[in-house]
Design a protein around this ligand. Structure first.
Ligand SMILES: NC(=O)C1=CN([C@@H]2O[C@H](COP(=O)(O)OP(=O)(O)OC[C@H]3O[C@@H](n4cnc5c(N)ncnc54)[C@H](O)[C@@H]3O)[C@@H](O)[C@H]2O)C=CC1
Ligand SMILES: CC(C)CC(=O)C(=O)O
Length: 364
C-alpha cells in the first residue's frame, strides 16, 4: 500500500504507528477527519495476515467512523485503532497501558472504545493511562460494554428497513439470517426472538452457535450457507466485505440490515444490490448505537438519554431511504450524502474566528 497516496485520496488527517517491544504492542491509530470534533472510534484486535491488511482495515474503519458519527448527529470526528495480534493469546496488561500512553500523547484528538477483540476490561486498563477512553466499567460512571446498545440500534434500524420492504415494521413471523453471533448479534437475536422472528444463525465459533440455538431456538447452518438460506432479512454481524461478487448471487433476502462495519466489499456492490431491489440499511447508520452510547459519556453518562438517541436510528434510516428515492441513488450513497452534507455545513459554519483555549496575546 502506498500510504501517502491512499491518505491523500481519501483525505486522512493522521496515522500513528505505535510499537512497544516489551509488551508486544503493534498498533495503528488512524484519524480520518476531525471537522466535527475529536475522532472517536473503537480499538480492534485481530490477527491480520499482513501489515498492509492491518493498515487498510484501520484506514477504512476510521473513515467509516467519520461518516457514522456525522450521520448520527454527533459532534465527533472519525478514527479507529487496530492492534495486530490474537486477542485470545497475545493480550497483556502492559500492552494496553502502553497503548493508553500513545492515546494520551494525542492529547484528545482521538478517543477510543471497544471493538472486535477488545473488552471493557481492556478499556479499564487503558484508563489507567488516559482519560481519552470510553466504554469503561460502569463503576467509573461510564457506559460499560457498548454491544447491547449497538444491538438495540440495529434492531430498531432493522424495523425501519422492514417497513420499507414489507410495508410493516413488525418482525414477528419474519425469518432472519444472522451471520456471526458474537457480542452484538447475541443481543440482537434476543430482541428478534422476543418479537417472534425465526432465526437462522452461523458462526465460526461453535459455542456461540450452540448458545443461540439453545436460547432462541435458532436454526444453525454452516458458515458458507448463510448467504443462500431462505429468509426475509440478512443480518451481517461478523466482519466486513461480505457483500461481494461471490455472495450477492446467493442472496434471497429482501433486506440487508446488520451490525458489521464495512459490509460492502466495493461501492459497486452497493449499487448492484440496489438494482436487485434489495433494501440495504447502510452499515454505519444502523450500527451507530454503540458510539452514540459511549459518546454520551462526554456529557456525563445518562443511559436514558443515550437510549432515546439510539432510538433515533429508526428515523435516520428512514431519512436515508427518502434521500435514496429523492435523488435516485443507492442507499449507501444516500447515507454518504447525508453525512458529507453535515460535515460540510459544520465546516462552513465555523468560518468565524472564535477564541478557544489560550488567548493569542497571552504570551506578551
Ligand atoms: N461491539 C459494538 O458495539 C459494535 C460492533 N460493530 C461491528 O459489528 C460486528 C460484530 O461486532 P461484535 O459483536 O462486537 O464482535 P464479536 O467478535 O463479539 O462478534 C463477531 C462474531 O463473528 C464471528 N465470525 C467471525 N468471522 C466469521 C465468519 N466468517 N462467519 C461467521 N462468523 C464469523 C466471530 O466468531 C464472533 O462470534 C463487527 O463488524 C464490529 O466492527 C459495529 C458497531 C459497534
Ligand atoms: C463504541 C464503538 C463500538 C464505536 C466503534 O468503533 C464503532 O461503532 O465501530
Amino acid at each position: 500500500m502506498e500510504l501517502f497516496s491512499y491518505m491523500e485520496n481519501y483525505d486522512y488527517e493522521q496515522v500513528v504507528v505505535c510499537q512497544d517491544k516489551l509488551s508486544g504492542l503493534k498498533a495503528i491509530i488512524a484519524i480520518h477527519d476531525t471537522t466535527l470534533g475529536p475522532a472517536l472510534g473503537g480499538t480492534r484486535m485481530w490477527m491480520y495476515e499482513t501489515e498492509a491488511d492491518a493498515f487498510e482495515d484501520a484506514l477504512r474503519l476510521a473513515k467509516g467512523m467519520t461518516y457514522k458519527n456525522a450521520a448520527a448527529g454527533l459532534n465527533l470526528g472519525g478514527g479507529k485503532t487496530v492492534i495486530i495480534g490474537d486477542p485470545r493469546k497475545d493480550k497483556n496488561e502492559e500492552m494496553f497501558r502502553a497503548f493508553g500512553r500513545y492515546i494520551q500523547g494525542l492529547n484528545g484528538r482521538y478517543i477510543t472504545a471497544e471493538d472486535v477483540g477488545t473488552t471493557v476490561q481492556d478499556m479499564d486498563t487503558i484508563y489507567e493511562e488516559t482519560d481519552y477512553v470510553t466504554g469503561i466499567s460502569p463503576a467509573f460512571g461510564s457506559s460499560g460494554n457498548p454491544s447491547p446498545v449497538t444491538a438495540y440500534g440495529v434492531y430498531v434500524g432493522m424495523k425501519a428497513a422492514a417497513k420499507e420492504a414489507f410495508g410493516t415494521d413488525d418482525l414477528a413471523g419474519k425469518t432472519i439470517a444472522v451471520q456471526g453471533v458474537g457480542n452484538v448479534a447475541y443481543n440482537l437475536c434476543k430482541h428478534l426472538h422476543e418479537e417472534g422472528a425465526s432465526l437462522i444463525v452461523t458462526d465460526i465459533n461453535k459455542d456461540s452457535v450452540q448458545r443461540a440455538v439453545a436460547d432462541f431456538n435458532a436454526k444453525a447452518v454452516d458458515v458458507n450457507d448463510i448467504y443462500s438460506v431462505d429468509c426475509d432479512i440478512f443480518a451481517p454481524c461478523a466482519l466486513g466485505a461480505i457483500i461481494n461478487d461471490h455472495t450477492i448471487p446467493q442472496l434471497k433476502a429482501k433486506v440487508i440490515a446488520g451490525a458489521a462495519n464495512n459490509q460492502l466489499k466495493e461501492e459497486r456492490h452497493g449499487s448492484l444490490i440496489h438494482e436487485m431491489g434489495i433494501v440495504y440499511a447502510p452499515d454505519y447508520v444502523i450500527n451507530a448505537g454503540g458510539v452514540i452510547n459511549v459518546a454520551d459519556e462526554l456529557n456525563g453518562y445518562n443511559s436514558e438519554r443515550a437510549l432515546k438517541k439510539v432510538e433515533g436510528i429508526y428515523q435516520n434510516i428512514e431519512k436515508v431511504f427518502d434521500i435514496s428515492k429523492r435523488d435516485q441513488i443507492p442507499t449507501f450513497k444516500a447515507a454518504d450524502r447525508m453525512a458529507e452534507e453535515r460535515i460540510e455545513r459544520m465546516r462552513r459554519s465555523r468560518r468565524q474566528f472564535l477564541q478557544n483555549g489560550q488567548h493569542i496575546l497571552s504570551r506578551r
